[in-house]
Ligand binder design. Structure first.
Ligand code: HEM
Length: 462
């Protein structure tokens, strides 16, 4: 079928479908349109047509690495532009440094390498536990705020041995301020035309200054590490000594870019995952009871015993809770693909050419009733039981993207989130003190808005 037959809301002259989308609720607006227009639909923007897919057949097409590749979108391009080098997340697949860095970093993110990150992960997780243990009983906890402190500190410690000490500060570390400033600007620019971006001179100056501050800070850490003669066993250590298949090492400017990328790609997504999981647990006491049984059996009831990598692997039901959370609210809710050659088809529609973005909208892909059953829109960790996962059609569950450009930090994020949720359930009852109703806050990623809880120590645990 020709592209003109792809359904979609009727565009207006010049502004296209701008009126069909609420930019503050971009993902949710697009999800509502997917409900209305189906598994492939199109939207017109001043920058051109956009195609959004959530049907299995279409997602299977765009996930085929032989025919499709990642398209680095405007927001991601903006984020890389002010740095000397592109990190894995924002690089084009054709950038030789993407391949080099991918080859060098894969072993550092393997199952085997995860053992090395357990101690620093537990270190930061214990800071969170201590903070919650010391709160007065009625004191509300800003869940997403604390989870962001946790995930940022974890990736910085495991990544390059740096402590932001976010649990000991009221205001963010200056590096974190600079990073958040950059990210907010990058997200804003996603929705602007090049001319609008050019006109915002003050914003551009701040954007450049923030990027420079981030790069200089990491560069100093890299130089210090090199000078010490001890590369270390964190991600930075692996990058300093690692070689790609041709025997090349990464240049320092690229190592700096990778460290920045891990912080950006690795903190909001994992913090959103933990926050959404808690929001669901508040409404599902039967799931909490089953998870607590597992945690007590696997981790025991002594909170002073630090979990081991083997124990984390045995928290299968806690992991199902996290997998199910990522099904309903994958915290990086879309990824964009483009054809490798002209004339491609997606779900029988075409022709699609290189440079044309096809967006896989995972929250809708993950709600298909023919894959998950009639309760596809309900939270139920049994959806993630091993026998059901084994029977899934290919590409039906893609919270970490697809193929060679899929998330390199998947195991890292899941190990961290399983450990932290396990430790929380071992110690606390989570109290839904304000009868929380899920509302989504959108930025580069999504998270629950305004989620607060109180906690009570479980009997005999703290
Ligand atoms: C890529 C999701 C955690 C590092 C991606 C992509 C998704 C994703 C969907 C593909 C993006 C695209 O195609 O444009 C998530 C989710 C996470 C998570 C849901 C947590 C729950 C992490 C962590 C790290 C990380 C902890 C680092 C330690 C990366 C990198 C890429 C990436 C470097 C780019 C890989 C490449 O293209 O070579 N992630 N991520 N992510 N993620 Fe994650």
């Amino acid at each position: 079928h020709p592209l003109s037959e792809i359904p979609g809301p009727k565009p207006l002259p010049v502004v296209g479908n701008a009126r069909d989308i609420d930019t503050k609720r971009l993902i949710q607006s697009v999800m509502e349109l997917a409900d209305r227009y189906g598994r492939i639909f199109q939207l017109h923007t001043p920058a051109g047509a956009m195609y959004i897919v959530s049907g299995l057949e279409m997602v299977q097409d765009v996930c085929d690495d032989a025919r499709f590749d990642k398209l680095v979108g405007t927001g991601q391009r903006q984020l890389r532009e002010t740095h000397q080098s592109a990190g894995l997340f924002t690089a084009d697949t054709t950038d030789p440094l993407w391949k080099s860095a991918h080859d060098i970093l894969l072993p550092s993110f393997s199952t085997w390498a995860m053992k090395g990150y357990v101690d620093p992960m537990v270190d930061i997780a214990q800071q969170l536990m201590l903070k919650w243990e010391r709160l007065n009983p009625e004191e509300p906890i800003d869940v997403a705020g604390d989870m962001t402190r946790l995930t940022l500190d974890t990736i910085a410690l495991c990544g390059f041995g740096y402590r932001f000490n976010s649990f000991y500060r009221d205001t963010p570390h200056p590096f974190v301020e600079a990073m958040l400033g950059s990210l907010t600007e990058g997200v804003k620019r996603q929705r602007m035309l090049p001319i609008q971006i050019k006109l915002r001179r003050g914003a551009q100056r701040r954007f450049l200054a923030n990027s420079k501050y981030m790069d200089d800070t990491i560069d100093a850490i890299v130089k210090e590490r090199r000078a010490s003669g001890e590369p270390g066993t964190d991600l930075l250590g692996h990058m300093l000594v690692g070689t790609d298949k041709e025997g090349n090492t990464l240049p320092d400017h690229n190592i700096v870019a990778q460290c920045g990328t891990f912080l950006i790609a690795g903190h909001e997504t994992t913090s959103g995952l933990l926050s959404f999981a808690i929001s669901y647990l508040l409404k599902h006491p039967e799931v909490v009871a089953r998870a607590q049984d597992e945690v007590d059996r696997v981790l025991g009831t002594d909170p002073d015993a630090a979990p081991t990598v083997a124990q984390i692997g045995q928290l299968g039901y806690v992991r199902q809770i996290l997998d199910e959370t990522l099904r309903l609210w994958p915290t990086a809710p879309a990824f964009t693909r483009q054809p490798r050659s002209p004339g491609e088809t997606v779900g029988g529609y075409g022709p699609f050419d290189p440079g044309t973005g096809v967006i896989a909208l995972t929250p809708m892909l993950h709600r298909l009733p023919e894959v998950w059953g009639e309760d596809a829109r309900e939270f139920n960790p049994d959806h993630m039981a091993t026998e059901r996962l084994d029977a899934l059609p290919p590409n039906a569950y893609r919270p970490f993207g697809s193929g060679q450009r899929a998330c390199i930090g998947r195991q890292f994020a899941l190990q961290e989130a399983t450990l932290v949720l396990g430790m929380l359930l071992q110690r606390f009852e989570l109290v839904d003190h304000a009868d929380y109703q899920l509302k989504i806050k959108e930025s580069l990623t999504i998270k629950p808005e305004g989620l607060t809880i109180t906690v009570r120590p479980r009997e005999g645990r703290t």
